[in-house]
Design a binder for this molecule. Structure first.
Ligand SMILES: [Zn+2]
Length: 271
């Protein structure tokens, strides 16, 4: 059957081919893609072109993007979707706004006695329900390696979380997953992290203490680790890793382990 969306997809890809030399530059800048298959490589390249065609990138003064930088951003945005199928997981937004630096935004919290606290906090990124994704460009540039840091994946994980309502650390799970298993794994690790920080606010925790802020941040931070520091996440919270592997349908730890088996100092030289 003739399909308009398939036709439009083919036409877009034919109109905006990715130059082979440019793609190689992107692969070299993104160690976290090392070890993916040729088929996965092709999917990411095509999905990134379609993503850039579909979303509007707004740059604030101080940020100028060329084709390489746009692609560098888009590929990282697509990595989490690599095996998630045809559903339009990023349907909830049309725009990404790129700031030249970290930005201050007002935070609100109503405490148990009903008093509303408002304060300013500095951020590298923000994802609005029904709204744009905001990224500080230096944070994007710092992403892409095995450093357990990835601003793009962090903010887009919030968007996946928001697909079924408010960001609460529970994205729409697949039919072969159980909410009980997800909740148990996440809650136990979240409590563990919070206990460590309650005992000592400066504790050297296995993952970024920002994950202890709330369940939404826990999902976003552990998603970052899943793709860019899978060994650290798996060592600290193996059940969280397992649930994220079921959700993203990927196994970055297996990929990293293969790379390390081939080059024992791989992680250190690409972090
Ligand atoms: Zn966040």
């Amino acid at each position: 059957m003739w399909s308009f969306s398939a036709w439009r997809r083919r036409r877009t890809l034919a109109r905006y081919p990715v130059d082979a030399a440019l793609w190689q530059v992107i692969r070299d800048r993104l160690p976290l893609l090392d070890g993916i298959s040729a088929e996965e490589d092709r999917w990411l390249r095509e999905a990134s072109v379609l993503f850039l065609h579909d979303k509007h990138l707004t740059t604030l003064p101080g940020v100028e993007l060329d084709d390489e930088q746009r692609l560098f951003l888009a590929v990282q945005a697509q990595l989490p979707l690599l095996h998630l199928g045809a559903l339009n997981w990023y349907q909830g937004f049309h725009e990404l706004i790129l700031y030249p630096d970290d930005f201050v935004s007002p935070q609100r919290h109503r405490d148990a006695s009903g008093v509303e606290h408002v304060w300013d906090a500095e951020h590298s990124g923000e994802a609005w329900q029904q709204g744009p994704v905001i990224l500080a460009w230096p944070g994007v540039l710092a992403s892409g390696g095995w450093e357990a840091y990835n601003l793009v994946i962090h903010e887009l994980a919030h968007k996946l979380d928001m697909l079924n309502g408010d960001a609460n650390g529970l994205p729409p799970l697949h039919g072969d997953m159980r909410v009980e298993d997800w909740a148990a794994a996440m809650q136990q690790a979240y409590d563990d992290l919070n206990h460590q920080l309650d005992a000592d606010p400066d504790a050297e925790t296995a993952i970024d203490p920002y994950a202890a802020e709330n369940p939404a941040e826990f999902f976003a931070v552990t998603s970052e680790y899943f793709f860019s520091g899978p060994d650290l996440l798996h060592q600290a919270y193996p059940e969280v890793y397992r649930q994220l592997a079921l959700f993203y349908r990927q196994d970055p730890l297996a990929r990293l382990s293969r790379l390390q088996a081939e080059h024992p100092d791989y992680r250190e030289s690409h972090a």
